[in-house]
Design a protein around this ligand. Structure first.
Ligand SMILES: N[C@@H](CCC(=O)N[C@@H](CS)C(=O)NCC(=O)O)C(=O)O
Length: 230
């Protein structure tokens, strides 16, 4: 029953955002290096940026900054001067910025073709993103004690995937850094993913620290709790 509610509310969160972050659109130049994103899962402004990353088929090094988190929040304050999320660092251009609309517009200017879809910008996206977080009862907001892995984990996901959201919430809560591989519908990255994992299914988590490689959100969440939660 708990699991049914979990999955249903995650599907509802996806629908609340009109399934933004499901499908890849026209792509522009590809970055040499993944961008770095400081964010937390339930933040509606961070959600807009994550949706843009899927639409633009971009990889990101995600550094989760839940409320009460001590691992990466101080880095944002040191870099930008305040604890506000999302915060984007693009090692390809040297750009660093706050403000979700500025970040989304920047990403489309650098790595897209044409302007961002209006659904990824502005107050309506923020309101529907907040309602999506409310449907998830604020999961992915507050830090829980955890062990820091030596190497970042790797997650194959796309923003609108209800099952991937459940895993991202746990990675966020435990402040576990991870390389996010977006494989939205129409993604040119899907072929390489399937070659590696043997099937097109997300979420898929690889932990280079232990050699674990897992499908199935419930199994991944149980693995993360068992391995990293204190
Ligand atoms: N206008 C900003 C608003 C960002 C914002 O208010 N973020 C909240 C989280 S949703 C925040 O950083 N709160 C401070 C905190 O979590 O400590 C944007 O669009 O990026």
């Amino acid at each position: 029953m708990q699991r049914l509610l979990d999955v249903s509310s995650s599907i509802a969160a996806t629908l609340m955002r009109g399934a933004q972050g499901m499908r890849v659109r026209r792509l522009g130049p590809r970055p040499a290096e993944p961008v770095t994103l400081y964010e937390f899962e339930s933040c509606p402004f961070c959600r807009k940026v994550r949706e843009a990353l899927t639409v633009l088929d971009l990889e990101a090094d995600v550094l989760p900054c839940p409320k009460g988190g001590t691992r990466f929040r101080p880095e944002v304050v040191a870099r930008g001067g305040k604890a506000q999320f999302p915060y984007l660092v693009d090692p390809n251009t040297g750009k660093e910025m706050y403000e979700s609309d500025a970040i989304v517009s920047y990403l489309f200017a650098e790595y897209g073709e044409g302007p961002p879809p209006p659904a990824l910008l502005g107050g309506f996206a923020a309101v529907t993103g907040s309602l999506a977080s409310a449907l998830r009862l604020g999961l992915g907001t507050t830090a829980e004690p955890s062990r820091l892995p030596a190497e970042p984990l790797e997650l194959w996901s796309f923003e609108a995937s209800p099952f991937s959201r459940i895993v991202r919430e746990k990675l966020c809560t435990l402040e576990l850094p991870y390389r996010l591989h977006n494989v939205g519908k129409g993604s040119p990255s899907r072929a390489a993913f399937v070659a590696r994992s043997q099937k097109m299914q997300v979420p898929y988590l690889v932990d280079p620290n232990t050699g674990a490689a897992l499908f199935e959100s419930a199994d991944i969440v149980a693995y993360l709790d068992a391995t990293y939660r204190l």
